[in-house]
Write a protein that binds this ligand. Structure first.
Ligand code: HEC
Ligand code: HEC
Length: 226
């Protein structure tokens, strides 16, 4: 009896938990340094890659949660709506436990601040009026579709330029929640770690209600749930 009690005490004690966490961080750091550092840099801020159309994101500004980082590391960014394949899928190289470890390392070393801001942001679009929802759809068609396309597939007329120099995400495949879409659109791509300013900060032009209407339109009408 006594033995069991001591074991339970140990398991639930901070000492045990912090040792586990240390092991996880170390495992994650090893993988990051073996594999991710060449593109994302030792500080997570991104290393310029020659020949890349879209540069590696600055992970210290990401909107993503630890869980979402794991999913992007596993399947690659293309699976989640990127239109280029610069960020590979690592599921053939690492098992889930390893990729969870690297996500844990990234979250706690670089991205906690930006990701926690997004996670703690209070967002409620449940009582938007019909008028705002209609406006969301209209502004999407008028503004966002220019780059992201009418159906959201990332092939709006802006991408037809002869230099093929703009790479908007396929919004039907994104990992972001409605709240994150709102925040990403409000503050723009650079704010959240994109190395280009191609995705503007729409909070300058539209109020929060309008942006919520747009985010809800993307979430409910364009995004494929999976
Ligand atoms: C060959 C270069 C390269 C390597 C290696 C690489 N990445 Fe990336 N990563 C990218 C690029 C490029 C993007 C941006 C993709 C886009 O937006 O089209 C990216 C984006 C990401 C994102 C999305 C960030 C956001 O805010 O949306 C995560 C998460 C990420 N990488 C994690 C990792 C992890 C973890 C590893 C190592 C296991 C890794 N990357 C290795 C190039 C790379
Ligand atoms: C001028 C072109 C352009 C317009 C207009 C535009 N976007 Fe974007 N958007 C981009 C690009 C390019 C990206 C990819 C990130 C980057 O490179 O900065 C992006 C990324 C995004 C993402 C992030 C997807 C992800 O998973 O990381 C969201 C959400 C988004 N846009 C929403 C919107 C909304 C909502 C509007 C309209 C209010 C809009 N965009 C208008 C170019 C545009």
């Amino acid at each position: 009896m006594k033995k069991i009690a001591v074991m339970i005490m140990l398991m639930t004690s901070g000492v045990f938990a912090s040792e586990m966490n240390e092991a996880l961080m170390k495992h994650g750091k090893d993988i990051f340094q073996q594999t991710c550092i060449g593109c994302h840099g030792a500080d997570g801020k991104g290393m310029e890659q020659g020949g890349f159309n879209v540069q590696p994101r600055n992970l210290s500004k990401t909107i993503l949660s630890e869980e979402q980082i794991f999913h992007i590391a596993k399947k690659g960014a293309f699976y989640w709506g990127a239109v280029v394949t610069g960020m590979p899928a690592w599921e053939q190289v690492y098992d889930d436990a390893s990729l969870r470890a690297v996500a844990h390392y990234i979250h706690h070393t670089f991205s906690k601040k930006s990701s926690d801001y997004a996670a703690n942001f209070k967002y409620d679009s449940s009582s938007l009026s019909e008028k705002i929802l209609k406006r969301g759809k209209k502004i999407y068609g008028r503004t966002c579709a220019y780059c992201h396309g009418k159906q959201g597939h990332g092939q709006g007329v802006a991408t037809y330029n002869p230099e093929q120099s703009i790479f908007p995400y396929d919004l039907t495949k994104i990992i972001l929640s409605e709240k994150q879409v709102f925040l990403f659109a409000k503050h723009g791509g650079e704010h959240w770690g994109s190395q280009s300013d191609d995705m503007p900060a729409w909070g300058v032009k539209y109020d929060d209600e309008t942006l919520m209407g747009i985010a809800k339109y993307i979430e409910t009408k364009l995004k494929v749930q999976r």
